[in-house]
Design a protein. Structure first.
Length: 180
């Protein structure tokens, strides 16, 4: 089975992924009375493990309720020394260059990876290691916050695989990396 790195993320119309103080409450501004997960559970069924950065990990650790993932979680950080004790059975800290990190994860048998968090996604894009992106555009403008995409060293071409409108207001598009 070929390894694949997938992104599933929401952004504002102006392509931001977090508010001024890293808040995510804007994700719930569109009425969703039936709690439609907009394909998230189907996406999660396709993946073997999740790779996120320390900031996304810190955000997830701050969520109330049960741990939200039933797959292994790998946290990438150059500065974090250890996973907090409360979450040591939930996540594993990995450090090093992305290709080495991926070799470690693949050696554990995980091939289809969910890449999450702005900085982590951008690191993978800079290394041209993203195979597919599902981007959900929320009908809101955030301005002056955390951008989804940052400067890349090269142009990366993607093909639209599918697009869907949820709740009459939210557009979700899935793109596959076009490689020569």
């Amino acid at each position: 089975m070929k390894a694949k790195n997938l992104v599933f993320i929401a952004c504002s119309l102006d392509c931001y992924i977090a508010g001024k103080n890293a808040e995510l409450d804007w994700l719930n501004k569109t009425p969703n009375p039936e709690n439609n997960d907009m394909g998230y559970s189907h996406f999660m069924d396709k993946i073997d493990a999740l790779v996120m950065g320390k900031n996304t990990f810190a955000t997830v650790c701050g969520f109330e309720g049960e741990w939200p993932y039933n797959v292994p979680v790998f946290v990438l950080s150059r500065t974090l020394n250890a996973i907090p004790e409360k979450f040591q059975d939930k996540a594993e800290l990995l450090q090093g260059e992305l290709n080495d990190v991926l070799k470690t994860i693949h050696a554990k048998g995980f091939k289809t990876l969910y890449i999450d968090g702005g900085a982590t996604i951008n690191s993978f894009l800079k290394a041209d290691l993203i195979d597919e992106m599902t981007i959900t555009s929320m009908p809101i403008l955030l301005a002056v916050v955390t951008p989804l995409f940052k400067e890349l060293p090269q142009t990366l071409n993607f093909s639209l695989i599918k697009s869907h409108v949820f709740l009459g207001a939210v557009v979700q598009s899935t793109y596959r990396r076009k490689r020569s």
